[in-house]
Write a protein that binds this ligand. Structure first.
Ligand code: HEM
Ligand SMILES: *[C@@H]1O[C@H](CO)[C@@H](O)[C@H](O)[C@H]1NC(C)=O
Ligand SMILES: *[C@@H]1O[C@H](CO)[C@@H](O)[C@H](O)[C@H]1NC(C)=O
Ligand SMILES: *[C@@H]1O[C@H](CO)[C@@H](O)[C@H](O)[C@H]1NC(C)=O
Length: 526
């Protein structure tokens, strides 16, 4: 869960790096040579190591005002190919945008590679041991996984979103990114520790808003700076979590939430200290708010800019309402499952959104690849964003086009494709899995060959599209995020219209940020 925070801290490392870079201006030539030609039992992938200490960090954090791949990565892939070496924040690093190699590496966690974080955030977000990471994963899946969603989270979500959107629509304008942080923090903290902080003098959601602002600021820790405030807020949040924990442990009240679960387990897991619990709650609040709120904000933008997509989305949700006897009755799991186009829209927002440029790993031993060697100890950036925006796999990659997913979702279930070359048609046999039962449909015709050949290759797409990671460490909150976003879109498009009032600018440095906010006027449909 720490991956994209690592990129935020690259900015901090840069400043340190720059200062040191100054000192090192007089460094001896031999040392320089060694910097540029690191030791390797084989041939290093092509690339350059940049300047001493700073490496090529500056290139990566230069902001670009587009959703496209950071120019740093884009130009190097063009120059060196999909696997290249570089140095970021003083660390030798391999960047890979090779689909098959990335797929392979993500299945090597704990064997050839392990998770790696930049030191700054490691303390806050990292799970230090394997057993604690597995515990966190299991716990998250228990409280935010499919069973919980289907059981009681979905109606609770709908309620919270219903109330929130009504409040937004009563305002002149709403900055949707920060308002969505408030929504997601309030909702997640209810699941984590019920309403234990409802009477607290400081609002947790306000604090996370400050925190997110501060993470991208210049890392100067003196009173008055955003960075100073960020550190202060982080400390305050931890103190609040620690209060909640202490109060709960001394109270006899029983609550069926995640904190209760954690306290119950404190006797069994030896890593389950107070510090661990505080860190875990902080981490879960952070990952559940920043990523979902960014996706929400982008959905506002894309749908506003693509009225035909919006119309199709509205049609899907009006249809869901029409099927109900009472349009006010809550969404069911089956309703969610029927939101085919909605999930395609969400896929497309996630594909273009690329909150972080990729996943970070560290080589546990020398790893051979295509005649090159990745030396043990090097950091590896699996640049999933480069795959999401690869024109060979996603036609017009920078275009918001949820319909591209239509054929793909279909093909994931295709069993067999029979090509009739004389008639330029395909006959397919598809296999739909529905619970335990399997149905067969046959003889469905695709008239267009081009749609089959290009966008339809699921074996390719499954390895290229990984907004939630892949393999053993795949995001434990992916289903929660999808259900949350789908429910949000359901309420939004059935009840409201919206238009941009102010802001709307996107900057990637390399984490995606909205420097002037996304201010929308949200109006109830009559
Ligand atoms: C749009 C929303 C989200 C995105 C794009 C996202 C993305 C990711 C990614 C890419 C990873 C894998 C990191 C790696 O392999 O190094 C990850 C891991 C994780 N995420 Fe998310 N995430 C989202 C929402 C959430 C939410 C809402 C939760 C909690 C409820 C959550 C909890 C986790 C956890 C616990 C892990 C670690 C899993 C493990 O190591 O086994 N995420 N996330
Ligand atoms: C996962 O959580 C469940 C429910 O608390 C528990 O019964 C199970 O033992 C846990 N599994 C692991 C591997 O921790
Ligand atoms: C949403 O809010 C409206 C207005 O208060 C209410 O009538 C409706 O029942 C709510 N729907 C859900 C699903 O919570
Ligand atoms: C999908 O791509 C893989 C790898 O490029 C290729 O081997 C396979 O034949 C393709 N399948 C289809 C249906 O085009």
């Amino acid at each position: 869960m720490s991956t994209y925070l690592d990129f935020l801290s690259v900015a901090n490392m840069l400043t340190i790096g720059l200062c040191m870079g100054g000192l090192l201006a007089a460094v001896v030539a031999r040392w320089l040579r060694r910097w540029q030609n690191p030791k390797c039992n084989g041939v290093l992938p092509p690339g350059s190591m940049g300047l001493p200490f700073v490496g090529e960090t500056l290139g990566l954090i230069i902001p670009s005002a587009s959703l496209d791949l950071p120019p740093f990565i884009k130009t190097r892939i063009k120059k060196y190919g999909p696997i290249f070496r570089t140095n970021l924040a003083g660390r030798p690093m391999i960047v890979t945008a090779d689909r098959e190699f990335n797929h392979f590496l993500l299945r090597q966690d704990g064997k050839l590679v392990d998770t790696w974080s930049l030191d700054t955030f490691a303390e806050v977000f990292d799970q230090t041991t394997q057993s604690s990471r597995k515990y966190t994963r299991n716990l998250t899946l228990n409280h935010f996984g499919i069973e919980a969603l289907r059981g009681n989270l979905l109606p609770k979500m709908e309620n919270a979103i219903n109330d929130t959107l009504r409040a937004w629509s009563s305002q002149e304008s709403t900055e949707v990114k920060s308002a969505a942080i408030t929504l997601t923090i309030d909702f997640a903290s209810k699941q984590l520790f019920s309403g234990d902080l409802d009477d607290a003098p400081l609002k947790l959601s306000d604090m996370f808003n400050h925190l997110v602002d501060g993470l991208m600021s210049f890392p100067l820790n003196i009173p008055g700076t955003a960075h100073h405030k960020c550190l202060k807020v982080h400390k305050q949040v931890r103190e609040m979590m620690s209060d909640v924990l202490r109060k709960r442990r001394s109270s006899s009240e029983k609550r069926e939430d995640l904190l209760h679960h954690l306290i119950n387990d404190m006797d069994t897991g030896d890593f389950l200290s107070e510090g661990f619990i505080i860190q875990l709650m902080f981490g879960l609040l952070f990952v559940s708010s920043d990523s979902i709120s960014t996706t929400c904000a982008l959905a506002f933008k894309f749908l506003f800019e693509h009225p035909t997509v919006l119309d199709e989305l509205i049609a899907e949700h009006v249809h869901i309402l029409e099927k109900k006897e009472n349009t006010d009755s809550p969404l069911t799991w089956n309703d969610y499952k029927s939101m085919t186009f909605t999930l395609q829209v969400i896929n497309e927002v996630l594909r273009l959104g690329n909150i972080s440029p990729g996943l970070l790993r560290r080589a546990l031993q020398d790893i051979p690849i295509n005649g090159y060697t990745i030396p043990e100890g090097w950091v590896i950036l699996l640049a999933s964003a480069a795959l999401h925006l690869n024109p060979d796999e996603f036609e017009d990659p920078l275009t918001f086009n949820p319909r591209r997913w239509k054929t793909w979702q279909f093909e994931t279930r295709i069993h067999e494709i029979v090509r009739d070359t004389t008639r330029h048609e395909y006959t397919t046999r598809i296999h739909l899995k529905n619970g335990d039962k399997a149905y067969f449909y046959s003889c469905i015709r695709f008239v267009s060959i081009s749609s089959l050949t290009r966008d339809l290759n699921s074996s390719v797409v499954a390895k290229s599209f990984m907004p939630f990671g892949s393999g053993m460490k795949q995001c434990a909150g992916s289903e929660y995020s999808r259900v949350f976003l789908a429910t949000f879109l359901h309420v939004l498009v059935t009840k409201y219209r919206w238009e941009l009032v102010k802001g709307g600018k996107i900057v990637r440095a390399p984490i995606i940020r909205f420097p002037h906010g996304f201010h929308y006027k949200i109006t109830a449909k009559t």
